[in-house]
Ligand binder design. Structure first.
Ligand code: ARG
Length: 458
């Protein structure tokens, strides 16, 4: 639009001023010629008053539209600088919200802030390896659960504990296919009745049925027919339906992944300096970035062990005020089983609306990039002590394909029967730089925290 106005202005003010008069004369002639035509029309048609009404209505609508757009931008501008105290109808500078001191007279600037959560106990249920074998923790020991006496109600209880309520499903796995580690100890289940699966178990040397329980707890991470992600390609949300955009005051700020209809996993560093929960919203189901129809946020919980200097334990969870409606473009990703055992070179996919080049703007279309897992020792050789066990590296040593600013908090997924969230975009040195692969939070290392957050906040 701007370009059009410019061209118009330039052609209307020619360099030779002598021609201006000529131009005017020509314009006047044109106007004169047109006038009689209009007059004749109005004489013939008696519907002029309708036209006037129509023009008035359209003009009013246009003016209202302009006012609404202006109001929207002014509201956005105010919202980007001030926090609104809704009880005392007062604005305070944003930096004063969630600073540990009540600045609104009603204290509402401190009532809903990013919270910290620490796990002081072991979450007593887990799925292990690519076989997703159910293990429970009882009397300080993990053991695989025997299939003996297992009922659909047991499946229901165990899945509920893992935070899943949709499509609980169990199969059995023969003892022969288990690793020695998984055969160290077994538990037999009693009759259901208790609300937890571990409360009624008994230690066993083996399983008389010769098999243990494997659980699939949700219709998560479906396979679908099928970058500042640098070196990526356009992607469709239907293929990565767990991807959400985290928006601060309506602006895309970070990525995130739905792990259930009302929980999003993201990075803790997204909330540094922006701790007022009400300013955040979550946008699911969009290939093209937009902020219309986003979901409001109820709680933001950051891993208490998160260290902003080291980016260690860079994980956070968001609870939505209302669960999302599951559909073709909105669906949770699976959490990975413990010790999935991926090796260097495993093919992972990262998605997001981040910049497509260092220092670039965020992308309006969702991008995806395939990035191989880099062996931990190989990556330690690059990043040294900066790489903690809560991190993993993916990408190419030669660079070019990588996540970037704005992809943070977004998913790094692996497919094995279903798509699983193995990593969360965390940091890097530049983007796609040779020798510096992307660093992701290692979800496996913080599964205990993720499950505990969901259980204790639902
Ligand atoms: N910290 C960045 C963000 O806030 C993500 C950086 C990822 N960088 C990389 N080279 N993989 O969006």
């Amino acid at each position: 639009m701007r370009t059009n106005i410019k061209i118009g202005e330039e052609s209307a003010s020619p360099l030779n001023p002598g021609r201006r008069a000529e131009n005017k004369a020509v314009k006047n002639k044109a106007v004169k010629k047109q006038r009689p035509r209009t007059d004749m029309r109005s004489q013939r048609k008696p519907g002029t008053s309708w036209r006037v009404i129509l023009i008035t209505i359209v003009s009013i609508l246009v003016i209202l539209g302009i006012l609404a757009v202006a109001a929207y931008f002014i509201a956005q501008l105010i919202e980007s600088k001030y926090f609104f105290c809704y009880k005392s109808l007062k604005f305070i500078p944003l930096a004063n919200a969630c600073n540990g001191k009540a600045d609104c007279s009603g204290g509402e600037d401190e009532s809903s802030c990013v919270a910290q959560f620490a796990t002081n106990s072991t979450f007593p249920v887990r799925l292990v390896s690519n076989l997703t074998v159910l293990q429970v923790y009882s009397g300080n020991m993990w053991g695989s659960v025997c299939a003996d006496g297992w009922t659909p109600q047991h499946t229901q209880v165990a899945c509920q504990q893992l935070g899943y309520t949709v499509n609980p499903y169990s199969t059995t796995v023969s003892l022969d296919s288990l690793s020695p580690e998984m055969k160290k100890l077994f538990y037999g289940v009693g009759t259901v009745g208790a609300r937890t699966i571990q409360s009624n178990v008994t230690i066993q040397n083996s399983c008389s049925s010769g098999s243990v329980i494997s659980l699939t707890c949700s219709n998560c991470g479906p396979e679908v027919p099928a970058s500042r992600i640098v070196g990526g390609q356009d992607a469709l949300i239907e293929n990565w339906p767990w991807q959400v955009s985290l928006q601060l005051g309506g602006q895309h700020t970070c990525g995130g992944s739905l792990v259930s209809p009302n929980w999003v996993v993201t990075a803790a560093h997204c909330f540094t300096g922006n701790k007022a929960v009400s300013r955040w919203s979550v946008m699911p189901g969009k290939t093209h970035m937009s902020s219309l129809g986003s979901y409001s946020v109820d709680k933001i919980i950051v891993n208490e062990a998160y260290n902003s200097e080291l980016s260690d334990y860079d994980l956070a969870m968001i609870r939505l005020s209302n669960p999302v409606t599951i559909g073709a473009s909105v669906r949770p990703v699976c959490l990975p089983p413990h010790q999935l055992g991926l090796r260097g070179g495993a093919s992972l996919v990262v998605t997001g609306w981040g910049s497509q080049q260092e220092e670039g703007p965020s992308s309006s279309t969702l991008q995806k990039a395939t990035v191989p897992l880099i062996d931990q020792t190989q990556c330690s050789a690059v990043y040294g002590a900066s790489l903690t066990p809560r991190m993993l590296c993916a990408g190419y040593i030669e660079g070019k394909v990588d996540a970037c600013q704005g992809d943070s908090g977004g998913p790094l997924v692996y497919f094995d029967g279903c798509w699983m969230l193995v990593g969360v975009v965390s940091w890097g040195i530049g983007c796609g730089k040779a020798g510096y692969p992307g660093v992701y939070s290692n979800v496996d290392q913080m599964l205990n925290w993720v499950y505990s957050v969901m259980q204790q906040n639902s």
